[in-house]
Write a protein that binds this ligand. Structure first.
Ligand code: HEM
Length: 458
């Protein structure tokens, strides 16, 4: 999808808008950066929803922030925003760091100097542990238990069988089918697995008065604050429909969205960063020098503050997200008829809108020599010199990624930990040039991401 929309962008970028057909569905593609700003921010009230709609009855876990629209989304977003403040991120840092320690032990004890490894697999295990710990409140240790039920279910979410992937795409092209089909894409076993996991953990914590610094705790507090007057404490199939109250199932759905929105995005970003570092040894050297210097200043420990000082690392990740935005196309649905500014063209309600992020972020008119990996594009001066909407890895406007800070923190910590122990280089199995998995919704390499690992003396 990202590559296809990128091709269309390069064919049509002299036009602010273009109409394209996705199968039979008329779709508006927006190319001009000012117009993108208008749609995502100024006229957001016409484009409030993402395009995914699910049958809540058969897919109860789909009742989450990314999928919800209109007032329900707005009310829930207001409620969930305080969960992602800097102070909450700081609070969760130790939990993420303990997952990084598990990865460090694995790197030190289980990998031999000179090994060729699939770094995507290593960082996916780290990501699984982080999200398991911070969202579900469980210790997964995916390095020791690679076949745990949690990891298996996680893999299934991202590697759907072909017929389910086709069905999901069909729902996008023919949204009216959503309410008609009596079928769950995730499957009732997956819906039940995640629901029971969340419910059992909450009940255990409540019974034993356990309080932890994680998302689950924050969502439990949110739900308890309301319970006196209006929360419904059951697995209701008819939850309150205004997003102001959280049933247990709705709470489970929000935990689930942290998993699907946070897991693959962060692990592919970290693995693409390692891929580019292997291709660009000079950049890798500058980065490992920074990591070594800052760790030396902090007794060899990675802390919230020491991570904050790693500014070159931030630039490396920002440049990685430019070249490889995990969501290569942003989606909106026109929720209210709209006249395109300065035209008489009417965009009808229910028309999908696509923003070709991958194409924009590889446009040589915006990013000269766009295939070059150059973190210096992200100095404050260079950032200020560009149009703000030329960089959209986290989206923009009221629907911007709610977990961007958490995603950045997790990716920085994963990379700093990895690079404090190993340097990476390309090998015969490395995909050069990069090829993407055509069936994945998130931009990800086709197959693993294989690199040679050399142990560092530090
Ligand atoms: C590098 C990491 C990440 C990237 C690149 C990323 C990217 C995105 C993008 C592009 C969107 C859509 C924004 C739009 O439509 O304008 C989004 C939405 C979202 N993301 Fe992230 N994300 C990341 C990490 C996370 C994490 C760690 C979490 C949760 C813990 C998270 C939770 C969400 C949620 C809940 C939404 C839906 C927000 C809404 O519709 O109100 N993301 N993300």
């Amino acid at each position: 999808m990202g590559e296809r929309f990128s091709e269309l962008y390069f064919q049509l970028k002299d036009k602010p808008y273009a109409g394209v057909f996705m199968m039979l569905r008329q779709t508006l593609m927006v190319n001009d950066l000012d117009q993108i700003k208008t749609i995502l921010v100024k006229d957001f009230s016409h484009f409030t929803d993402h395009s995914f709609e699910m049958n809540e009855k058969y897919e109860p876990l789909a009742n989450h922030l990314f999928n919800l629209g209109g007032e329900k989304w707005k009310n829930l977003r207001i409620k969930m925003t305080p969960t992602f403040t800097t102070s909450k991120m700081k609070m969760m840092f130790d939990s993420i760091n303990s997952c990084a320690d598990v990865m460090k032990n694995y790197l030190v004890n289980d990998i031999k100097d000179g090994n060729i490894e699939d770094v995507k697999e290593i960082l996916s295990k780290f990501s699984t542990d982080v999200i398991g710990c911070c969202a579900f409140g469980i210790e997964c240790d995916s390095f020791k238990n690679p076949n745990s039920q949690f990891r298996k279910m996680g893999k299934r979410v991202f590697h759907m069988p072909f017929h389910k992937a086709v069905l999901q795409m069909s729902l996008f092209f023919f949204p009216s089918m959503v309410t008609k089909i009596n079928f769950s894409i995730l499957g009732s076993d997956m819906n039940n697995f995640f629901y029971n996991l969340v419910k059992d953990t909450i009940e255990y914590r409540e019974k034993n008065n356990i309080v932890r610094n994680d998302f689950l705790q924050l969502l439990m507090e949110l739900r308890n604050e309301e319970s006196a007057n209006n929360s419904v404490d059951d697995k209701s199939e008819a939850p309150p429909d205004d997003g102001t109250r959280l049933t247990m199932m709705q709470l489970a759905a929000q935990v689930f969205v942290f998993f699907i929105a946070g897991f693959e995005t962060s692990s592919t970003t970290a693995s693409f960063a390692l891929y580019e570092l292997a291709l660009n040894p000079d950049v890798q050297k500058t980065l490992t020098d920074e990591i070594d210097d800052i760790l030396a200043k902090h007794d060899g420990k990675i802390t919230y503050d020491s991570l904050g000082e790693m500014t070159y690392l931030t630039k490396v990740i920002e440049e990685t997200l430019r070249k490889y935005p995990p969501l290569p196309v942003l989606f909106r649905i026109c929720t209210k008829d709209y006249i395109l500014p300065d035209t008489n063209i009417k965009i009808e309600k229910d028309t999908p809108v696509m923003i070709p992020v991958y194409g924009i972020q590889r446009d040589p008119d915006i990013y000269p020599n766009p295939n070059k990996f150059d973190p210096e594009r992200f100095t404050p001066e260079n950032k200020a010199a560009r149009h703000h909407f030329a960089y959209l890895p986290f989206g923009e406007g009221p629907r911007i990624c709610i977990g961007s800070r958490f995603g950045m923190m997790q990716t920085k910590l994963g990379l700093a930990t990895f690079l404090s122990k190993y340097e990476v280089s390309v090998c015969d199995k490395t995909l050069i040039p990069m090829e993407y998995d055509k069936r994945s919704f998130v931009l990800t390499s086709n197959g693993g991401l294989w690199l040679k690992l050399k142990r560092r003396s530090k």
